[in-house]
Design a protein around this ligand. Structure first.
Ligand code: DAH
Length: 351
């Protein structure tokens, strides 16, 4: 077999180093590696030829071959590392997750228009010197009707108006010395509880939920909210009532909306009035309607007596504000069922 010269060996190795440096892919590099240093590889073949050399030549040639083998090994490793990084970069780029996507903003909530109205009215009343008191929702017939001077046959005592907690026979329960329990249809029983609890003079505002046997329509729902107000002092007159409620109503309806006081009847006040505000409603033939916002009046002497207060010495006025009705006027919402519909479009429009 023809012996390869040292120069040819150098050339061959240089050529191999160039091929390695230019191997385009890991697969091509693997093939090259096999053909150079694999079991059947070229360099190994050359090494086998060493046996045919003189001992002197073998030493020199062997030395050169070893050096070049080492150079080829390093070149293979370097190229392999380079191609692996390149491959990884391609994979990483393809699988890249864009973590910079802006996070979804949590939707911002707001107070329900009824809560907003309730809180704002309480603010106004606090500013007028009222103290806020909470009451009970399951009330006794005595506090809700008898103590409030409601006659025995007052229609709202009936089962068609008031929601009783127990079915009962009025006469029979009364003889027991007990009083039937009901879901309070008004916050007014808190007037009596407050009078029995405190000494006059006093000014309290009592917010809360009330219940009635009502079929829902544009101005009625079976569960709604009121704020009861009670002022007791000496020298209290109807002028104080008008002054207080006018000041209050202006804070709710602004300067433009019209409102009016109208005579009315309540068993627990004498005289009694209602306050209405005008609300625009294009669907109405008159272009709007009067909506009742509150009932009020001078506290009836019997009510003061039932609360343990001497009517010769003290006078007072009381009022019951309908929160839903006030919110209707305030926001120009013509149907109060909308407040309970849970429609986000309506709720957002007040946010
Ligand atoms: N309780 C009455 C109602 O629910 C409202 C009311 C009227 C309350 C006159 C009062 C008042 O305190 O004096 O319709």
């Amino acid at each position: 077999m023809e012996r390869i010269s040292i120069d040819a060996l150098r050339d061959r190795v240089d050529g191999a180093l160039t091929d390695i440096a230019q191997a385009p892919t890991l697969e091509a590099l693997a093939a090259l590696k096999a053909s150079l240093v694999g079991k059947q590889g070229e360099i190994i073949g050359l090494r086998r030829q060493l046996g045919q050399f003189d001992p002197e030549d073998r030493k020199v040639f062997g030395q050169v071959l070893n050096d070049h083998m080492a150079a080829i090994g390093q070149a293979l490793e370097a190229r392999q590392a380079f191609l692996e990084i390149e491959r990884d970069n391609v994979v990483l780029a393809a699988e890249r997750l864009d973590l910079t996507l802006p996070a979804r903003k949590p939707a911002r909530g707001s107070l329900h228009p009824l809560t907003e109205t309730l809180e704002q009215i309480l603010d106004v009343l606090c500013g007028l010197g009222y103290e806020i008191v909470r009451g009970v929702e399951v009330e006794s017939e005595w506090f809700n009707f008898d103590a409030l001077n409601a006659p025995e046959d007052h229609p709202s005592r009936g089962l068609t108006d008031t929601i009783y907690v127990h079915e009962f026979d009025t006469a029979q329960t009364r003889e027991d010395g007990t009083t039937p329990m009901l879901m309070r249809p008004q916050t007014s029983p808190m007037q009596i509880r407050t009078m029995l609890d405190r000494e006059p003079p006093l000014a309290v505002a009592i917010p809360g939920r009330v219940y009635r046997q009502d079929t829902p329509d544009a101005t009625h729902v079976p569960v709604f909210h009121q704020i009861e107000g009670l002022t007791i002092g000496t020298d209290i007159s109807m002028a104080d009532l008008f002054g207080t409620l006018t000041a209050f109503a202006r804070t709710q309806v602004g300067d433009k909306t019209r409102f009016r006081f109208r005579p009315h009847y309540f068993p627990f006040t004498e005289p009694s009035v209602e306050l209405d505000a005008w609300i625009e409603d294009p669907s109405h033939p008159d272009g709007g309607k009067w909506v009742e916002m509150l009932g009020a009046g001078m506290v009836h002497p019997n009510v003061l007596r039932n609360g343990g207060i001497d009517p010769e010495q003290w006078q007072g006025f009381a009022f019951g504000i309908g929160i839903e009705r006030t919110a209707m006027v305030r926001y120009g919402v013509p149907d109060l069922r909308l407040f309970a519909d849970n429609d986000l479009r309506l709720l957002h429009s007040f946010a």
